[in-house]
Design a protein around this ligand. Structure first.
Ligand code: AMP
Ligand code: MG
Length: 355
């Protein structure tokens, strides 16, 4: 398939291009587009064939449901069977923005879009290109991240092109994703809202609006044998091609550990990369060091993380070490993605000391 590649400047949106993209969706085609979280791979959420095409283009298991993107609050009624009061409050505070809510679905949404579930995930992005595109597409765009299943989500148009060129009808290239991590997912179908995937909107932020919020226990505990409530959280995700290990502990010991590990790997001929914080970047003695941002700037770390994983892929890095990050607030979402990317391969220097 020939993929048409177009550029859109968010400060001067070319409506002709947006309309063309919208027509592709209305005719059942696929278009990748920018959002503030990560780039999305869009199809008509109400057309079962489109959803099937999305799964095929990504190589994604079809029991992993898609998020339906809307641009206006009025669009919600048609796709959900009930709007709880908590959802209205959360929408009021966090939409448009990086929050996805799980509702009971209406008959308008095909099971192909929801992976066979009676619930549907809905988000209203804030990105102006995304909103114009959703409106031009008829108002309901099902969109997972625009990567081949399993790879790090694309936060830059060039990564979308890498994965999707030749697989979909059009790629809309815009700016790099401002946030760089996928949306927070909250299930509001039960009495207490429950976080199914941590993201930019933290538990504390949600609780300020709706009171107590719980977290799916499978997110917090890697060894947990329960099934995660967001089916997608079951799958290996965000993984770079290289073998990634996260090293936790006092920072000077982490640096020392990584330096020794790198030296040993490099001497056996491996290409080794390090994901370093700004505070420590000058203390590493290995060849390939990438700075993910300062420990005091979690937004920068979130913004840079996937892009660094992808850059290491492009450089054929075989082994990667990363510092661990504090888990409060946005750090919780960062560590959730990093640990998944590492397949939960962690060296905890504190534990080793205690043993
Ligand atoms: P992605 O599209 O790659 O951001 O992934 C979407 C995430 O939303 C996956 O982890 C899905 O499992 C989750 N999700 C989508 N719809 C539902 C739903 N109805 N119930 C629970 N999780 C959902
Ligand atoms: Mg994804």
């Amino acid at each position: 398939m020939k993929t048409e590649i177009v550029f859109i400047d968010e400060n001067n949106i070319d409506q002709d291009i947006i309309d063309r993209a919208g027509d592709i969706i209305k005719r059942g085609g696929l278009v990748a587009f920018p959002t503030e979280t990560v780039y999305g791979l869009g199809g008509d959420a109400l057309n079962r064939e489109s959803s099937r095409k999305i799964y095929a283009a990504k190589g994604r298991p079809s029991d992993n449901p898609l998020i339906v993107h809307i641009a206006d609050m009025e669009a919600l009624d048609r796709i959900v069977s009930d709007i709880p009061a908590s959802a209205l409050k959360l929408a009021d505070y966090f939409w448009p923005g990086p929050l996805t809510m799980i509702f009971f679905k209406s008959d308008a949404v095909p099971y192909d879009t929801t992976g066979g579930l009676d619930t549907v995930a809905v988000r209203m992005p804030v990105d102006s290109v995304a909103r114009a595109f959703i409106r031009a597409s008829g108002g309901y765009v099902a969109a997972p991240s625009a990567n081949i299943s399993g790879r790090p989500s694309p936060t830059s148009a060039r990564f979308v092109e890498e994965d999707m060129d030749g697989r979909i009808d059009m790629i809309i290239k815009g700016d790099d994703s401002r946030i760089g991590l996928e949306s927070t997912i909250v299930d509001i179908t039960s009495e207490k809202p429950m976080i199914l995937r941590p993201g930019y909107i933290t538990k504390e932020m949600l609780e300020e609006v709706v009171g107590e919020v719980t977290i799916d226990p499978t997110i917090l505990d890697a060894a947990c044998t329960e099934r995660p409530k967001a089916p997608g959280m079951r799958y290996r995700h965000y993984a770079p091609k290289g073998d990634l290990t996260v090293v936790k502990g006092p920072e000077d010991e982490v640096v020392e550990y990584i330096n020794l590990a790198c030296a040993s790997m490099e001497s056996s001929g491996k290409k080794v990369g390090v994901i370093a914080t700004g505070e420590n970047v000058s203390n590493y003695s290995c060849a390939n060091i990438k700075c993910v941002g300062s420990r005091t700037d979690e937004e920068e770390i979130a913004h840079r993380l996937y892009s660094i994983l992808r850059e290491f892929d492009d450089e054929d890095m075989e082994v990667i070490y990363s510092e661990a990050f504090d888990e409060g607030g946005l750090g919780g979402a960062i560590m959730n993605r990093l640990l998944k990317a590492a397949g939960h391969q962690v060296i905890d220097l504190r534990q080793e000391e205690e043993e």
